[in-house]
Write a protein that binds this ligand. Structure first.
Ligand code: UDX
Ligand code: UDX
Length: 462
């Protein structure tokens, strides 16, 4: 079977860039990205895309209107497609059974019901959203119970491994593509149809095909292993501070072992992003549901350690500033969960700013890509009152005005532009003693010290 027309439900950080890449690499396929959020679709159709990713704008503008289209006409898009990607959100449930751990699958379920209602002929449904193992089974059951006798379906799992900030190069040159399908002949034909799309630009040996459950589970496990490395090195960062060891030196020495490898060993104020915490909690809940409390507790510790790393950082700031930050101006550099993205989901900056505001600090925030509205909304959702946001939070569009008259500078995102800040000028602007708390080891430590700053960098013995 040859796919001529693709539709993707969900124009988010995953759906948008992934479909743009497929459209660019497969000019013979029409790709339609559908989302119920009309503001988001308008943004995808404008010059100001809703997702910031290096290189994304070029790709989108080169194919938009040719074989890439963004629409809110979800029904039409489903009806016209041979293959439907489901890339809607799967947030952690905040209520009821499994609250705080289980994935909320209501958007995936409503997508399945809509596909069943509208479809005629043969359709391949591809799960792109990260979901708990066995979701493909649920999708199939819902579709079988609701679809027309004129329709037939295959369900595939094709998790996305792109990281934000490097989405375009990850899509262009992925380590692997994972496709799970059923062992039946129909299932295998569907797998082949999707393999042949990726094979237009990805070498065959990097396209891994598995059964459905292995594919669904592998995505959760990959993210859990990556996050575990960060929590492991972050636990060692605390020990380094206590002993005078230097976490970067330890990470370098440990990572030089080829069995361990150097990547994802950078100590930080904690991992953020829409996936790691959500996927580990999802794994934790799965283990609980399958009666494996020891396994679930093992993975839960990865998240605990991450939360502890963030609170440990706030405590260090308060203790260092003579046990009070009440009324003190604290400049926050960076709010995104990592550089090169405007995404703030689960960004450590949210918890850190909230906790500093609870200590009655006055925050002055600068981030080159995150909008002031997102910052205010994130803090409001984290429980900061409108009054505190109005009175004790300033958002600046220039790092130097944010730093002026500050008691402390706190670097929370490793934006490249922070590496070239004029440190002498910053020192002049700040109150003395001028404290720097670097949660990502982004500022040059030796130069800071030479300028006269008091420095606190995660994992360096002080
Ligand atoms: C999402 C999932 O959260 C993640 O688990 C998966 O790995 C990839 O897809 P992301 O693209 O980052 O991640 O999410 P988000 O940016 O929130 O995009 C989801 C989009 O789906 C939103 O634009 C939302 O409006 C849309 N949506 C959601 C629908 O169009 N219909 C729905 O019923 C629900
Ligand atoms: C992650 C996975 O990498 C990707 O494969 C998956 O599909 C989605 O989740 P993403 O969340 O976009 O991608 O970013 P990633 O680069 O993995 O960073 C996650 C967090 O870990 C960031 O807050 C980052 O700053 C932090 N991190 C990363 C560290 O603290 N130390 C490191 O060594 C690496």
């Amino acid at each position: 079977m040859k796919v001529k027309s693709i539709c993707c439900l969900g124009a988010g950080y995953v759906g948008g860039p992934t479909m743009a890449m497929i459209a660019a690499k497969c000019p013979e396929i029409q790709v339609v990205v559908a989302d119920m959020n009309s503001k988001r679709i308008d943004a995808w159709n404008s010059e100001d895309l809703p997702v910031y990713e290096p290189g994304l704008h070029e790709i989108v503008t080169s194919v938009r209107g040719r074989n890439l289209h963004f629409t809110t006409e979800i029904r039409e898009a489903i009806a016209a497609a041979d293959m439907i990607f489901v890339s809607v959100g799967t947030p952690t449930k905040s209520y009821g059974i499994g609250a705080g751990r289980a994935a909320d699958l209501r958007y995936v379920e409503s997508a399945a019901r809509l596909i069943a209602e509208i479809s005629r002929g043969h359709k391949i449904i591809v799960e792109k959203s990260t979901i708990p193992v066995k979701t493909a089974g649920a999708i199939k059951t819902i579709i079988a119970a609701n679809s027309s006798s004129k329709a037939s379906f295959e369900v595939l799992s094709n998790p996305e491994f792109l990281a934000e900030g490097t989405a375009v190069s990850d899509l262009q040159n992925p380590d692997r593509i994972l496709i799970g399908g059923e062992p039946t002949s129909g299932g295998q034909q569907a797998v082949e149809a999707l393999v042949s799309i990726y094979a237009q630009w990805v070498p065959r040996e990097r396209i891994i095909t598995t059964n459905l459950w292995s594919s669904e589970l592998s995505k959760l496990v990959a993210n859990a292993f990556l996050a575990q490395r960060i929590s492991s090195i972050n636990s060692i960062s605390a020990l380094c501070e206590a002993t005078g060891a230097d976490v970067d030196e330890v990470a370098r020495a440990v990572g030089a072992d080829s069995r361990i490898g150097p990547k994802f060993l950078k100590a930080s104020v904690g991992f953020g992003g829409s996936c790691f915490q959500k996927d580990i909690l999802n794994l934790v809940y799965l283990c609980e549901s399958f009666g494996l409390p020891h396994v679930s507790e093992y993975w839960r510790q990865v998240v605990h350690l991450n939360d502890w790393q963030k609170s440990r950082f706030v405590e260090k700031i308060v203790r260092t500033l003579f046990n009070t930050v009440n009324g003190k101006r604290i400049a926050i550099l960076g709010f995104a969960f990592k550089k090169d993205t405007n995404d703030t989901r689960e960004s450590p900056a949210i918890q850190i700013c909230r906790d500093l505001l609870r200590e009655h600090a006055h925050l002055t925030v600068y981030d080159p890509e995150v909008s002031p509205e997102s910052i205010r909304q994130d803090l409001a959702e984290a429980g900061v009152s409108a009054k505190i946001i109005a009175e004790n939070l300033e958002i600046h569009d220039d790092p130097y005005t944010a730093i002026e008259q500050a008691h402390a500078l706190v670097a929370l995102t490793e934006w490249d532009e922070f590496k070239t800040l004029d440190l002498a000028r910053i020192y002049q602007l700040m109150l003395k003693p001028a404290f720097v708390f670097d949660g990502r080891a982004v500022l040059p430590l030796a130069e800071l010290k030479a300028q006269g700053f008091e420095t606190f960098v995660i994992g360096k013995g002080h």
